[in-house]
Write a protein that binds this ligand. Structure first.
Ligand SMILES: [Cu+2]
Length: 164
């Protein structure tokens, strides 16, 4: 939502309840976002580059204006109950499961069948763990062998020098 020179854009603006609208003053002048009635919107003076946000929880039509340019700048926010409708439809959804337990149980069972196939997944990860530890053991053995070889070479070198 931008505040341009003497205008709000977009206007009118329709949003779902629970949405936050932020006005940004992209103009070079001071403006305000002030409710025509009530105190829902009271940005105070917004200088160039300032912004003002408001959360619209309650469905309805919110008319506002600029206190500095009341005749030029008017806007409307239309808040629909769409978000509120979703919440009720969301709560009934959990309710049906108790009544339709058998069908829903079958679905979870399918999910359970899916999870066993995921269980093999963890097993590979376990195998990875084993593989990691075995590779770790191999690494240690390798290091020890390398150290042993190094000692033997060093010994052999010292011995040759001793002979020479
Ligand atoms: Cu203004």
């Amino acid at each position: 939502m931008a505040i341009t020179d003497f205008a709000y854009a977009p206007n009118p603006l329709t949003i779902d309840a629970g949405s936050v609208v932020t006005w940004s003053n992209t103009s070079g002048q001071d403006h305000t976002v002030t409710s025509d009635s009530g105190t829902a919107l009271a940005s105070g003076t917004l200088g160039p580059g300032d912004s003002y946000g408001n959360l619209f929880d309650t469905p309805g039509t919110y008319s506002y204006h600029c206190e500095i340019h009341p005749t030029l700048m008017k806007g409307t926010i239309i808040v629909t109950a769409a978000a509120a409708t979703r919440t009720p439809s969301g709560s009934p959804a959990p309710t049906p499961p108790p009544g339709t337990l058998p069908p829903d149980f079958k679905t979870p069972i399918t999910t359970v069948e899916a999870s066993p196939s995921e269980t093999p997944g963890p097993r590979p990860s376990d195998a990875r763990g084993t593989g990691a530890s075995s590779s770790g053991t191999l690494l240690v053995v390798g290091l020890l062998l390398a150290l042993l070889i190094a000692v033997i070479l060093l010994y052999a070198t010292l011995r040759r020098r001793g002979e020479g």
